[in-house]
Design a protein around this ligand. Structure first.
Ligand code: SAM
Length: 330
């Protein structure tokens, strides 16, 4: 393994260093308080991440999961535009930098230089800790990132940039700020990636953002195989995916149980201004493997939602179907 890559392991090591000196019960209490806050009436007028203990708790508890979700979404974007390499990146509401870690890893892993990243957030303690973690990463792309205080709202202006990421942020904004941010991201960037929790309301925010991005002239690179209307009838279902995350000891302490991992459910959209080739079909649920057959729920370019039964008779396709994962192109 390349020691300078911002991998999940490197992130876990950097986060473990953070909690040194914070008594385990203190960390667990801070996480409890944050969870209560996030369940409460967001958006708020002031940052929820107020001090270092809040931020350390957020980072240790949530960052591995948001990192994995963004990582997965970026893999789909890269599949749709394999030749594209962003030279610049802005992570809006970037907090402690989970999406920036994923962006740095995505292109450094491919042997390219990571884009020059700017992280924007209104919570100074989050930016400070993000900077600290990035310094501990050993990854040149992350260490060179700029961490800047900015408030998301109608007045926010972004510099022209290749890639904008907005990860787990829309939920915290008022509807007006949400719309303003998506419009501004579409104006400033060649590619926009938005990730939200994989819940029905997270999906609704993603669909509203998707419509706005298409309206601004971008086309969808992932997860949708097309830029037409989403075929899911409103209120009947929600498109979301899953990323596996190793659990930390803090996780086990807060959530109980001894599972070594958990699955982070997320919804996302990646839209671009340049030519891209979205998958012709995407697996929208966990494939069901039965004796001699695989049931695949797909979203397709031509027919919208479709269920395929792939059997042994399909030969190579069956082999492919048996190994395919939820969220992959097919
Ligand atoms: C749930 S955290 C997500 C952080 C990071 N993007 C990630 O994926 O882990 C939401 C972030 O949005 C920031 N945020 C919320 N409202 C904001 C606003 N109006 N202006 C700037 N930042 C905001 C918070 O400070 C926090 O860092």
């Amino acid at each position: 393994m390349n020691a300078t890559l911002p991998t999940p392991e490197a992130l876990r090591a950097a986060l473990a260093g953070l909690l040194d000196g914070l008594p385990p019960t203190k960390a667990a209490q801070a996480v409890d308080r944050l969870i209560a806050n996030y369940r409460g009436t967001t958006p708020t007028d002031t940052p929820v991440l107020r001090d270092r203990a809040d931020v350390a708790a957020y980072a240790a508890y949530r960052m591995p999961a948001t990192f994995e979700a963004v990582r997965s979404a970026l893999a789909a974007l890269r599949d749709a535009a394999p030749a594209w390499r962003p030279a610049t990146h802005t992570d809006v509401g970037g907090g402690t930098g989970a999406a920036s870690w994923a962006v740095a890893e995505a292109w450094e892993e491919a042997g390219d230089e990571a884009p020059r990243t700017t992280v924007l957030d209104w919570a100074e303690p989050a930016l400070a800790l993000g900077r600290e973690l990035a310094a501990a990463s050993g990854a040149p792309g992350l260490r060179g990132a700029e961490w800047r205080r900015a408030r998301i709202g109608g007045a926010l202006r972004l510099d022209p940039v290749d890639l904008v990421t907005v990860s787990y942020v829309l939920k915290e904004l008022t509807p007006a700020d949400r719309d303003a941010l998506v419009t501004e991201a579409a104006r400033a960037a060649a590619a926009v990636l938005i990730v939200e929790p994989g819940t029905p309301d997270g999906y609704e925010r993603i669909i509203a953002a998707r419509d706005r991005l298409i309206g601004a002239g971008l086309r969808i690179a992932a997860p949708c195989p097309h830029s037409a209307a989403c075929p899911i009838a409103p209120g009947t279902d929600w498109c979301h995916f899953s990323a596996r995350v190793s659990r930390s000891s803090l996780h086990r302490q807060v959530k109980g149980g001894s599972l070594a991992y958990e699955d982070e459910k997320f919804a996302y959209v990646a839209a671009v201004r340049f030519p891209a080739e979205p998958a012709t079909a995407r697996v929208t649920r966990r494939p069901q493997i039965r004796k001699g057959q695989v049931l695949l729920d797909l979203c397709t370019a031509e027919e919208g939602l479709r269920r395929d039964t792939v059997t042994k008779r399909h030969g190579a396709l069956y082999k492919e179907a048996r190994d395919i994962e939820w969220g992959a192109g097919f």
